[in-house]
Design a protein around this ligand. Structure first.
Ligand code: GRF
Length: 240
């Protein structure tokens, strides 16, 4: 059997994708071991799933951090020592162009404060791949550059609930449904400086019938996601 890769995971919610990956690792269907599960939200079901599988867990409470930044403002001393606003601004492709300069700065600075807390924990692990399994936060270049340290080698994967490049953003299945698509799907891709724009690793599609509700689409989609994510992790494992 091939050498197993070490996988870190980040979640925000129920963690059914995480569960599919845990099961695939446990049953030796993929050459991977999960070394941690981190969440941006305390108390979510996905953390319980990880603990049940004896995986280390941690929380970086984004909502709390952002609230604190709004209430107290952001001083230079709050920022990570290696944070360079100009550099991050020039790289990032996340923020819409009609946002004000202040809004963009607040966004990048508050996220970097949260991301530094993630990095302080994550970088202590020996990790080949970071898998975003329903992690509902965008990652800025500050974070990405500290994970992707080998030039040209992507190490962060995300699953998106639509057939990219259609319907990027937070509500892929909703957007697919409202557009009236007859085919829906999900995409696993590497994370780059944009929102859902990185190189595609794998996709799965399903048919949408006229009678299907949004809930039907979500159900069909999630079932495809649970097959697709382990498959894409194995694709990565086969290359290292
Ligand atoms: C999935 O639909 C995923 O594509 C999206 O968020 C959902 C997470 O579901 N990014 P779960 O937490 O894995 O159950």
């Amino acid at each position: 059997m091939a050498k197993k890769i070490t996988v870190g995971t980040l979640i925000s919610g129920g963690g059914t994708n995480l569960q599919a990956i845990i099961d695939a690792c446990r049953d030796n269907r993929i050459d991977a071991n999960i070394v941690f599960t981190g969440s941006d939200t305390p108390g979510v079901k996905g953390l319980e799933r990880a603990q049940k599988a004896n995986i280390d867990t941690f929380v970086v409470d984004y909502a709390h951090i952002i609230e604190d930044c709004k209430k107290n403002g952001i001083k230079d001393t709050d920022l990570p020592k290696d944070f360079n606003l100009k550099e991050i601004q020039s790289k990032q492709k996340l923020v819409v162009s009609d946002a004000s300069k202040e809004q963009v700065e607040f966004f990048l600075k508050s996220r970097a404060i949260a991301e530094k807390k993630l990095l302080d924990i994550i970088l202590d692990y020996d990790m080949d791949l970071l898998v975003l399994a329903g992690f509902m936060r965008v990652l800025t270049p500050y974070f990405i550059d500290r994970i992707n340290i080998e030039p040209g080698k992507h190490k962060i994967m995300n699953i998106h609930p639509a057939l990219l490049p259609s319907f990027p953003g937070t509500d892929g299945y909703g957007d697919t449904f409202r557009y009236g698509c007859k085919i829906g799907g999900c995409t696993v891709h590497f994370v780059d400086y944009g929102e859902d724009t990185g190189p595609i690793i794998g996709q799965k599609a399903f048919e949408i019938e006229d009678k299907d509700t949004l809930d039907d689409i979500k159900k069909k989609g999630l079932e495809k996601e649970w097959e697709l994510y382990p498959h894409c992790i194995q694709k990565f494992a086969d290359r290292v």
